[in-house]
Structures are given as structure tokens and as C-alpha cells.
Design a protein. Structure first.
Length: 472
């Protein structure tokens, strides 16, 4: 909380002599929720730390392709990262024909003290990331589909999460969605599931994303005006965005079972199939794709339409219809803490024709809280499930993209119950042990082809919506 200035210095590594050639002044924002502690009524409220931080964000100027840059961050004075042997990163080539990226989800970990939380993240998430990079050293970026922490208001969890990823974040771009655990409270801590941070200020302060989401575009002439106002704009600004890499475009949506709890006035309401905050994201996505010519199209969001636990695809038909209209090839989600790959889906039905449907995947947890496929929805899930694997932890997914298609390698560690235990209970990790075989494939083979034919868009007749009017 003592460093208020945000300065980014950088230069090309070739010829670097200790003097940075570029300096950018960023933004700093205090995040201090200590006053909320007085409202906490849960029995275990003393287990969390509301240590305040200052969030620092900065942007470079336009960088040249396929160039290695060195950089330093800090206050521009004595409080800076290494300037003698600074970290570096390489920008992508001008034309990237193939690339691989690491997808993680649901790393969430918690504990009564700092040592416990750090140990959990290092033992599970840190091991997953390290194993992925050891097996796939040329990963272009890291993508998370949310629930990076258990309690978003607990500073030590965020510190432990980024500590586990830190060796790779020095030189690897990182993108993240937000999940329900970035939003909600907890009866054990705060006294209820009601959010103490409905606009997810704590989570947004820990990611720096492109300013191109619904708060910036999607409506008006050519979709260049913001499509959201008021409370929805506050909610989506900073966690809903898109980015491009090679011949692919990625949409990161704010989509979990609490997204519907907010409208433009901040009123509470709930509907899976008809909700303004969700529909505005879909309109925004259509607006971007109306003119975008990237071959492959991804969506990353915390909860997906075809899950193992809450398998009710009819609730999500508005979303899946929009994905069909947009020609989305792959949807990446988490939330269920088990691995599930759906069959190729079109119009909420299974299709076997390449290029006519979307592959939906629920990723295995990168943390230690594993899940099982709940029996009450098996009759629904079995209609669309191609493959599922449960009771796995420390999972990672590497996705390969090239001109011929998209494929994935998914790995995790199987957990075995001790003394007839049938399910994982909170704070009872010792009742399970890791399978000695170590990492195993979560799917039918070590590498699964998700698609070899890109989908067609159906947006030629779609019209940009009118710009909303800001309410006084």
C-alpha cells in the first residue's frame, strides 16, 4: 500500500545495455475491503485476510512482431523489479499458423493460514502448470475459466494463486474469466452467499484485460458504441473481452449462475433464458464477429451449457443458439471440478457432421477440490456426453491450434478414496490419496481432435442494436 505510482519500462533485448528506451505511466487503484469485516457473521470469519493492496496496470505502445523485449515494473525509482537482468518476453510473429496454449480452471484453494494456502496452490496448481510447461515448452499463453480462488475477498488466496503461476507469468501472457467464487460470499465466512463485491473489484484488480468488451462496443453504427450502461456496465467492464491469436479469436464472457442477478438498475432478478446482462454479451459477441474474419472461434466462460453436475441444457438455449449463429467452434468452461467433453452440438442436439456443431468442454480442476458426476442428472448428461472423468486434481489442458484443426491434451491426477469414503468433504483431504501412476489422460487418448472443420457464421442479416440510453 506504499507504492502508488505505476511505471513500466521496456526495450528490445537485442542491444540492451541497461537503459530502457520506453517508459509508460500506468494506473494504480487501491483495493481495501477491511471495513467489510465488521459485517461478517460466519463462524470461520477469522480464517480470511482482507489485507489491502494497490492494483497496478500499464500498457506498452505498439510492439513489433517476433521481437524479444526486456522490461521492468515499479514506481520508476528504487522500488522496481530487476533492471540488471530483467525478465523478457517475445511477441508473436506477424503470421502465426499454429500455436498451443494452456487452459486451467477452478484452481480455488483456501485455508486457515498463509502456509496452508500456499502449500495447496503449490502442490496442485503449481504442479499442474509446471508439468504442462515441461511437456509443452512452447505454450503461447495461459487461459483460466475462473474460480481462481475460493473467497475473492481473501488476499492470501490471490497471493498464493499467483505465486504458483509466477515463474511462467514473467514471460507468458495470461487471460482469465471470472467465476462465481470471484463474486459470491460464503456462509462459513460472510454469513451468506450474497456477494460483498457485486462488481468483482477484487478480481478485476488482479487481471489487466483489453478494453474492447460490452462496456466499449457492440451497439450503434457498426457496433462501435457501448452496448451496456449502469450496473451491467460496471459488472462487465474489466472481465468481459476478446483477444486474437494467430487465426483464432477468443471471447471471454462473464457467465455463471450469478450473472443473471443484476440488471441495469442493480435490481435482483434471476433467469437463465432471458436476462439482459447475458443477452448484451451475446449481442456484443455477434457485433464483433459480424466483420471478424478469423478462422477459429473460441468462447471461455466459467459455467457452460453442457455440464456434469447441473446438466440442464434447456436453460441455456439462448446461449447455445447464439453460439450456433456465431459459428463458435469450441467452448471452454469449468465450475464442476470434473472433466466432461460433450459430443458435437448444434441446435441443442448431437450432430456428427464436422463443421456444423460446437464442442463444449468442462475442464478438470487445477486445484484439489475434485467432483463427481451427480446421478440426478445422468439421464440428461448421457445424451450429450462423449467422455467424462471425475475424481481428478491438479488438471491441465493444452490446446493446439493450426490450419488443419483444433486438438487437446488433457491430464490430471486420479484420487483414490481411503476406507470406503465415497465423496470429498470440505477440509478432509487426508481421506484420499493420489494414484501412484501420476498424471493420466482425462479423455479417450492423450490427444483428442476437437474439430478439423471451422464453423460457418450466420450473421449476414443480423443488425447492430441501437445504443442504450444512460439512465439519470
Amino acid at each position: 500500500m506504499t507504492i502508488h505510482t505505476s511505471v513500466l519500462n521496456y526495450a528490445k533485448k537485442d542491444g540492451f545495455n541497461g537503459t530502457f528506451t520506453e517508459t509508460m505511466i500506468g494506473e494504480s487503484t487501491p483495493i481495501d475491503q477491511r471495513d467489510l469485516y465488521e459485517t461478517f457473521t460466519g463462524q470461520y470469519k477469522n480464517e480470511v485476510e482482507l489485507t489491502p493492496i494497490i492494483s497496478h496496470k500499464a500498457e506498452t505502445g505498439i510492439l513489433e512482431p517476433d521481437i524479444e523485449y526486456v522490461y521492468s515494473v515499479g514506481d520508476g525509482g528504487i522500488n522496481v523489479t530487476d533492471i540488471v537482468n530483467p525478465p523478457s518476453f517475445r511477441t508473436p510473429a506477424a503470421n502465426v499458423n499454429e500455436f498451443s496454449f494452456l487452459w486451467l480452471t477452478d484452481a480455488q484453494g483456501s485455508g486457515k493460514d498463509v502456509e496452508t494456502v500456499y502449500r495447496k496452490y503449490e502442490q496442485y496448481t503449481g504442479r499442474a502448470v509446471e508439468t504442462a510447461f515441461n511437456n509443452h515448452p512452447d505454450l503461447s499463453f495461459i487461459l483460466s475459466t475462473g474460480d481462481n480462488v475460493d473467497f475473492a475477498f481473501d488476499t492470501k488466496e490471490w497471493d498464493a494463486y499467483y505465486n504458483a503461476l509466477q515463474p511462467y507469468l514473467y514471460n507468458t501472457p495470461y487471460y482469465s474469466a471470472t467465476g462465481n467464487h470471484e463474486y459470491e460470499g460464503n456462509p462459513r465466512i460472510t454469513g451468506s452467499w450474497d456477494s460483498i463485491d457485486p462488481y468483482m473489484i477484487t478480481a478485476k484488480g488482479r487481471i489487466n484485460v483489453p478494453k474492447n468488451g460490452p462496456a466499449y462496443q457492440g451497439a450503434g453504427t457498426n457496433g462501435l458504441e457501448p452496448i451496456v450502461t449502469g450496473a451491467i456496465k460496471q459488472r462487465l467492464d474489466g472481465n468481459t473481452y476478446y483477444f486474437e491469436y494467430g487465426d483464432a479469436i477468443f471471447f471471454v464472457l462473464d457467465y455463471s449462475d450469478n450473472t443473471s442477478n443484476i440488471d441495469e438498475t442493480g435490481d435482483q432478478g434471476f433467469s437463465f433464458s432471458s436476462d439482459k446482462a447475458i443477452n448484451d454479451q451475446l449481442y456484443w459477441m455477434k457485433s464483433v464477429l459480424k466483420t471478424n474474419k478469423k478462422k477459429w472461434r473460441f468462447v471461455a466462460m466459467h459455467q457452460g451449457p453442457y455440464l456434469g453436475r447441473f446438466a440442464q441444457p434447456t436453460y441455456w438455449q439462448t446461449v447455445t443458439e447464439a453460439f450456433d449463429e456465431c459459428g463458435i467452434d469450441v467452448v471452454l468452461s469449468g465450475h464442476d471440478h470434473l472433466y466432461l467433453r460433450a459430443k458435437l452440438m448444434y441446435n441443442n442436439q448431437v450432430t456428427t457432421i464436422p463443421g456444423t456443431g460446437t464442442t463444449y468442454i468442462t475442464g478438470g480442476t487445477a486445484g484439489y477440490e475434485f467432483g463427481t458426476l451427480y446421478g440426478q442428472y445422468n439421464n440428461v448428461a448421457e445424451t450429450y456426453t462423449e467422455k467424462y472423468t471425475d475424481w481428478v486434481v491438479s488438471s491441465y489442458h493444452v490446446i493446439d491450434v493450426n490450419e488443419s484443426g483444433i486438438s487437446m491434451t488433457a491430464k490430471g491426477i486420479k484420487m483414490l478414496p481411503i476406507d470406503g469414503i465415497t465423496e470429498q468433504q470440505e477440509d478432509h483431504e487426508d481421506e484420499f490419496k493420489e494414484d501412484e501412476s501420476g498424471y493420466r489422460s482425462l479423455d479417450v487418448s492423450s490427444e483428442v481432435v476437437l474439430t478439423n472443420t471451422s464453423r460457418k457464421k450466420n450473421l449476414s442479416s443480423w443488425k447492430y442494436p441501437n445504443s442504450p440510453v444512460e439512465k439519470p
